[in-house]
Ligand binder design. Structure first.
Ligand code: MIC
Ligand code: SF4
Length: 647
């Protein structure tokens, strides 16, 4: 069992109930929360339902960064709701244009040693300044805002020992891509990744934040760096020196597993289609034509990254076969680039400057042409996330991205023929909080709720017998993007009946009924929907819509070989049983439309108990399927009640 680590020190100070033993459920105090607009409307509607007059956290911030395309009234309706409820409940508000939640939170609010819960899976960005920053579903964040502790399995700690120093053109992004090549996107549930060793001091806070941000793709609880002199310098440069707290591991700290990375051996890497762990060296793909380059997202849009890009572009021209788009991570970054003339250098080189926000990362515009390669500095390249079916989306560092923008092909940036621009740590960031609306609860504030915003649906208690029909059988690594697409549908986040129509949209075959149509037919015939998945079901985002919408369509159980942490918690919160095959080989016995009955489900369900289901095939043959789960007592209680909103 790990000992004396940063992760444990912070967690142990926050434990409210439970034993700090790896794998055991503990509840912890949450100091800060963040929400973004695409998950935030549901989270605040849920908070409203809890009748809490004012949030009970030290700080809660509501960001608008995802839904900003303004095609129809939905986006702006959401923003007005979020701004008014923030004022009503004592939540700080960061309006559209102010930046991506994770980037702004790091710059303006994060405090080493504190806990942060965010309704976005990339909340671990805060681990870059020594926070325990965890992504969760909106309902869990709403509960934290109401002052309730957050439940999680006390983690195992994987120590990543960093030695050496990154060479020119080799980036923090390459470090996390390298780690993804080792740990992959599956099988890491229940772990925290903690960085230590002499290499840590060579990385700036924005570089560390790139690494902890994309640590989300490992499927771990979070990732964390110590808070050291570099952290102090960053906070001082943000005018927040007073927030600095040193948090370091004991000298003889023990980790459950240690992985060593010599930074001087890290080379430019790319995550190839369509998974963040499909890693190849950039050199091995040299010469492949690239049609589009986009630099931005919460992974790589800091001042450091974009200043480096600007200097690399200065006096040069984007290759004519490529489009280069750049989305700065925050207004602070954009303003600094503008004041220093770097923005002009980007524009002069031919870059298309996008609004500060998530933009193309969540399929909001800039979809690539068919059968062309797109290089993005983002963190996810799940199939179709760009908005183009069959997309060829590669995840790279800003260094590799700018090299491709200049050459029109995959190019190892070390081959560019000029020195990498050196961007020293900023001594004084341009601090301009004039658009941030500070937290000041005014319970009299009218909450603006336009007609496109509906209440979260509430489930029924778990029925005694589940009379199930298998609505869909999917394979390994099904992401929440497969379950609930974003892109053009993102604006429907506040409207569950409409959004539910596109559940599993990517699997709809033309001319055949959609998942939603099949689910509604099953629901209307008085039966229950069942989803069957394989390994690592529910990877990726924290969107609780991937539970709410199937629930709305009558789904009562998800049965898989493994279910990812945040998605499992969301299923529980909305009263859907997250079950596992006791024998993974049983997965092969099941097909879509099979009948699956769980007689006496309420009696069968209990901590540590195995359940039995009867599988009835179309030809009448039957099989007994044994099912397990990893539910705690609280989880069982919540599912029995039909979800947290009934508790
Ligand atoms: C994402 O990167 O997939 C998102 C969009 O930021 C999600 C949240 C959401 O779906 O609203 C995430 O990472 O949790
Ligand atoms: Fe936004 Fe993309 Fe970051 Fe998600 S991963 S928060 S969509 S920038």
């Amino acid at each position: 069992m790990a000992k004396g680590t940063v992760a444990q020190k912070i967690l142990d100070r926050h434990i409210i109930t439970g034993e700090p033993t790896a794998g055991k459920v503990v509840s912890i105090k949450i100091d800060q929360t963040l929400t973004q607009d695409a998950t935030g409307t549901m989270a605040y509607l849920e908070l409203e339902a809890m009748n809490v007059p004012r949030v009970a956290t030290e700080l809660s911030v509501s960001y608008v960064d995802h839904n900003m395309m303004q095609n129809g009234p939905e986006n702006r309706n959401d923003h007005l709701y979020l701004q008014s409820i923030a004022k009503n409940k004592g939540v700080a508000f960061s309006p559209p244009g102010n930046g991506i939640c994770h980037q702004v939170h790091l710059e303006r609010f994060g405090i080493p040693g504190k806990t942060l819960l965010g309704s976005d899976s990339h909340t671990p960005t805060g681990g870059g300044i020594g926070m325990i920053a965890i992504g969760a579903g909106g309902l869990d964040v709403a509960l934290a805002m109401a002052g309730k502790p957050f439940r999680l399995a006390y983690p195992h700690v994987i120590g990543v020992k960093l030695t050496g120093e990154l060479k020119e053109w080799c980036a923090a992004k390459d470090v996390i891509l390298h780690l993804l090549s080792i740990l992959s996107t599956k099988g890491n549930v229940g772990n925290i990744v903690e960085y230590f060793g002499p290499g840590v001091a060579t990385l700036s806070v924005p570089q560390r934040a790139t690494i902890t941000n994309m640590g989300a793709e490992l499927g771990v609880t979070t990732s964390v760096f110590p808070s050291d002199d570099r952290t102090r310098q960053f906070l001082e440069a943000q005018g927040r020196g007073k927030s600095f707290v040193r948090v370091e591991a004991d000298e003889n700290a023990q980790y459950d597993r240690v992985i060593e990375i010599d930074l001087s051996k890290v080379v430019p890497l790319a995550a190839c289609p369509s998974s963040p762990d499909n890693i190849k060296t950039v050199a091995s793909m040299a010469g492949t034509a690239v049609g589009q380059v986009i630099i931005g997202s919460c992974t790589n849009s800091s001042y450091r990254d974009l200043a480096m890009v600007a200097e690399a572009l200065k006096g040069r021209t984007v290759h004519p076969t490529v489009t280069l788009s750049i989305a700065p991570g925050s207004r602070q970054v954009l303003e600094m680039l503008a004041r220093e003339g770097k923005l002009a250098d980007m524009i002069a080189a031919g870059a298309r400057i996008l609004e500060t926000g998530c933009g193309p990362c969540i399929g909001q515009g800039q979809s690539p042409a068919q059968e062309t390669v797109t290089l993005r500095t983002f963190n996810r390249n799940f199939a179709g996330r760009t908005g183009t079916r069959g997309d060829q989306s590669y995840l790279v560092s800003p260094e590799t991205a700018v090299a491709a923008a200049l050459t029109g092909t995959f190019t190892d940036p070390r081959e560019l023929g000029f020195a990498m621009p050196q961007i020293p740590d900023v001594e004084k960031f341009t601090v301009n909080d004039n658009m941030l609306i500070p937290a000041a609860a005014d319970a009299g504030t009218e909450i603006i709720r336009k007609p496109t915003i509906g209440n979260p649906p509430v489930n029924n208690p778990l029925p005694m017998n589940i009379n199930g029909s298998v609505l869909i059988k999917v394979g390994d690594k099904i992401t929440t993007d497969h379950i609930m697409p974003a892109g053009i549908y993102l604006k429907l986040r506040s409207n569950i009946p409409q959004y539910s129509r596109v559940v599993f949209d990517c699997f709809t075959e033309s001319g055949k009924p959609s998942f939603a149509e099949r689910a509604i037919a099953v629901r209307d015939s008085g039966r229950h929907g069942i989803i069957v998945g394989r390994d690592s079901y529910g990877q990726g985002s924290s969107r609780e819509h991937a539970a709410i919408c199937p629930m709305y369509l009558g789904v009562k159980a998800v049965i898989a070989v493994a279910i990812e942490r945040i998605h499992k918690a969301n299923l529980v919160n909305f009263g859907i049983l997250p079950l596992l095959f006791a024998d993974p080989a049983d997965y092969d016995k099941i097909e879509q439309n099979d009948v699956l009955q769980i007689e006496g489900a309420r009696q069968q369900l209990g901590v540590g108990k195995t359940m039995e289901a009867e599988l009835i095939k179309a030809d009448g043959t039957t099989h007994t399927i044994k099912l397990t789960h990893t539910l705690s007592e609280d989880d069982v209680r919540i599912i029995m009640a039909g979800g947290m909103l009934n508790c």
